[in-house]
Design a protein around this ligand. Structure first.
Ligand code: ATP
Length: 272
């Protein structure tokens, strides 16, 4: 399977890593995403924030191919991808974190990661056992497992991992294809503060140079990781800029962050 998105060639060509142009999504008569345009440069880490029901996950569904937009365009490193199937978009270099329910519960950590790698190479799950001796894949799987700090759980079935370990495995499944652009939907949801802090360090360590989009409610994660923040309210992009610019934006203060003292925004935990 050919990968058409080469991050180095893309950076050299100055094409944005991801570009959304006048994106709309309607479900029946209800418009959920309204005219969103956004340009993300290679290597940027963009946090997408907004109240519950603002349309953040729907935006991810459009970018990752789960839903086709009603109108508008999506470009990945110079390739138009709107309306393409999720696997086509994945093979072009964009990955979305798997949900825990999409892990193989009875397979071990190692087998889950190896399956994700084989799938990325265009080989189905049925080949996994036949290819157990495939040295290169096994070597890369072990290396990824080490970076995820899951070596001790190598043989543990996914269903028996702790919640934080499952989320780490989920992150690893998304990274198995070595994507240039990674979408993470609330990666730290349900974690304790110390787990969140550990997981943020893990994300940063595993994604140097990658373009990251994170839907997140936890402001310590947003202000700790993001180089840019996009604020979505009622399906519209209210603001997009650096954390400082967004923090100072009166529209954001008024419409989303409300009474929270923005000078100490990074200290806030959950704003939604
Ligand atoms: N397949 C669908 N059909 C109809 N309505 C949908 C569909 N998917 C999402 N919606 C609606 O779109 C709106 C936005 O949902 P979405 O999950 O994108 O919001 P969100 O910003 O991610 O919210 P949260 O922060 O709570 O996860 C909601 O009102 C939801 O009910």
């Amino acid at each position: 399977m050919t990968r058409t998105f080469d991050p180095q060639a893309n950076a050299a060509s100055h094409a944005p890593a991801l570009e959304l142009k006048a994106l709309h999504k309607r479900f029946d008569q209800t418009e959920i995403v309204r005219d969103i345009s956004l340009t993300v440069q290679t290597g940027e880490r963009v946090a997408i924030i907004g109240p519950n029901g603002a349309g953040k996950s729907t935006l991810f569904d459009l970018i990752s191919g789960r839903h086709a937009p009603s109108s508008g365009q999506i470009w990945l490193g110079g390739d138009r991808i709107d309306g393409k199937k999720p696997f086509e978009i994945n093979h072009k270099g964009l990955s979305r974190s798997f949900q825990i329910s999409q892990l193989f519960p009875t397979l071990s950590v190692f087998e889950n990661l190896r399956c994700a790698m084989l799938w990325q190479q265009g080989l189905g799950y049925a080949f996994c056992k036949l290819l157990a001796s495939q040295t290169d894949t096994n070597h890369r799987t072990r290396a990824l497992m080490q970076r995820l700090q899951l070596v001790d759980a190598c043989d543990t079935p996914a269903q028996h991992l702790s919640y934080a370990q499952q989320r780490a495995l989920e992150l690893g499944m998304a990274l198995a294809s070595d994507p240039a652009v990674l979408l993470l939907d609330e990666p730290t949801a349900g974690m304790s503060q110390s787990e969140t802090s550990h997981f943020m360090t893990l994300i940063a360590a595993l994604t140097p140079g990658k373009t990251l989009l994170i839907v997140e409610h936890d402001m310590s994660v947003v202000f700790g990781l993001a180089t840019k923040i996009a604020v979505i309210v009622q399906g519209e992009l209210l603001a997009f800029g650096t954390p400082d610019a967004v923090r100072a934006n009166p529209l954001v203060q008024q419409a989303y962050l409300g009474a929270v003292p923005l000078a100490s925004c990074a200290d806030q935990t959950v704003l939604a």
